[in-house]
Design a protein around this ligand. Structure first.
Ligand SMILES: [Zn+2]
Length: 274
């Protein structure tokens, strides 16, 4: 790259606001919905999903829908994400959100929890990732890094969007990590949604403690793993609970049908010695 070229490139980039550059690579709300729906359909085909009639699916959906009902109408109108909740029949301790609405909760994670408020903590955090379009932002940042400045300049001259829905791979959909800022934001926003929906936010802090003890696999979610940030995040949530002196309702234990079902299925998963 010649000096002059570099100089004019820098000049061109300097006059373009950073926000505009990020937005150019960011999938729109409707594109996020389309991507999420496709990926979710594929995932449901390839994975064992518990049936609608299962009490564990019913409770996750009941809690999820109660949280969704508290999202302001103005936001729902602007971002008509189609929130769905499924339970994956796997002992993996995990949960993740796809862009545009689908949330998958793993049986292994549900088995580790004891209250509805803890389930709400996981769901509120995942909902926050979708509501704040964290995947789309992470994708835009990733694309900018990958493409480099010269391509960026050409695209800027083209004065068009650089997002191509066909270019999104499964790898990017399922494994693109959220930034630490996104996680902190999802904790805060999830906390507020839990409180406005009538759950005890202690449930969210509990989940981190449970996960810290049990560990777990890493997928999209860093909070599933024994991430070094766990202690800080537990402290932050705890501090928020103690702030303002608000009192919260007692945590509600998960119903015995959910607990029993979890116990039976985990028993079934054990190898049988005859
Ligand atoms: Zn997260």
């Amino acid at each position: 790259m010649s000096r002059t070229w570099t100089a004019s490139l820098s000049l061109a980039l300097a006059v373009v606001p950073a926000v505009a550059m990020a937005d150019m690579f960011k999938p729109s709300v409707s594109q996020q919905i389309e991507l999420g729906q496709k990926a979710a359909a594929q995932f449901r085909k390839e994975t064992k999903i518990l049936p609608d009639s299962d009490p564990r699916v019913r409770i996750v959906r009941q809690i999820g829908n109660k949280l969704v009902a508290q999202i302001p109408k103005s936001e729902r109108d602007k971002k008509p994400f189609q929130y769905t909740f499924d339970v994956v029949d796997s002992p993996e301790i995990n949960a993740f959100a796809l862009p545009g609405g689908p949330i998958f909760f793993y049986r292994g994670l549900l088995d580790s929890l004891t209250t509805e408020d803890q389930v709400a903590g996981v769901l509120a955090h995942e909902l926050a990732h979708i509501r704040s379009e964290h995947w789309a932002s992470a994708y835009a940042d990733n694309q900018k890094r990958q493409l480099g400045l010269s391509v960026l300049l050409i695209l800027l001259n083209a004065n068009d969007t650089a997002f191509d829905i066909a270019s999104v791979t499964d790898e990017l959909l399922f494994t693109l990590p959220y930034s630490r800022r996104h996680e902190t934001e999802a904790d805060k926003s999830g906390f507020n949604l839990m409180v406005s929906s009538g759950w005890n936010p202690q449930g969210m802090a509990d989940v981190f403690k449970v996960l810290k003890e049990k560990g777990g696999s890493r997928k999209t979610e860093e909070w599933i793993s024994t991430h070094p940030d766990s202690d800080r995040r537990i402290r932050d949530i705890q501090a928020r609970i103690n702030q303002g002196g608000a009192t919260y309702p007692a945590q509600r234990p998960l119903s015995s049908s959910v607990r029993t079902r979890s116990y039976l299925s985990s028993r079934r998963a054990l190898p049988v010695v005859r």
